[in-house]
Design a protein. Sequence first.
Length: 192
Amino acid sequence: MLKSMKDITLNWIKEKAAVGEYLLSEHVIRFLMGGKISVQEIENALSNGNVIEVHQNPMRGNCSLVLGYSGEKPVHVMCADAKNNRLAILFAYIPCPPIWENPENRSKSGVNRMNERFGKCFFCGGEIKEITVGNFDYRFEGQLYVIKKVPAGLCQQCGEKYISSDTARKINMKVGTGAYSGTENVYVLEYE
C-alpha cells in the first residue's frame, strides 16, 4: 500500500534511508559527481535529522526539508514519497549564505534578492534560489559543451533551473563563435 504525502513522517524517512529504499534525483547525482556531497553524508544526515520545512506542491504533494549532520557538517536533504513505497531524495546540499543565515534559518535578504530577479517557479510556484551552476551541460548538434560558472535560478521545490535571456544569449554566442577556454577529458562509464 502506498503512503499518502500526509502520512510521511520523520520516522518513515529515517527507516527508508536506513534500509536503502530511496531514489536519488538527477540534481543529487550532479552534486555527488561534483564532490559537493556524498551518499554517506546524506544517509548520516537523514539518520539524525529533523524536518525544518514542509513545502507544498499542488501537483506533486508535500516535500520535507530535513536538516541533519554528518559529523560536524550540516546537510540539508529535501525528501518526498516517490509513490512506490520508496523515499525520493530530491536535493542534498550544504546550507550556506546568501540563502541560509545558518543551517536552521533562511536569510531574509537572500530570499528577497532572488525573488526580485527570478520570481516564483512557473511549474510549482516554489521559491527560486539564485545559484551558480558549476558545470552546465549544453548539447548542440550531437556535441556536448560544458559551460562553467553559469548564473542561474533553482526552484527549491521542484528543481527546475532558470537562466536569464542575457545569460542564454551569452552561452549561444560563446558556443557559436567557438570561444572555448579549454577542453577537458570526459570519462564514459557503462553500468552493468
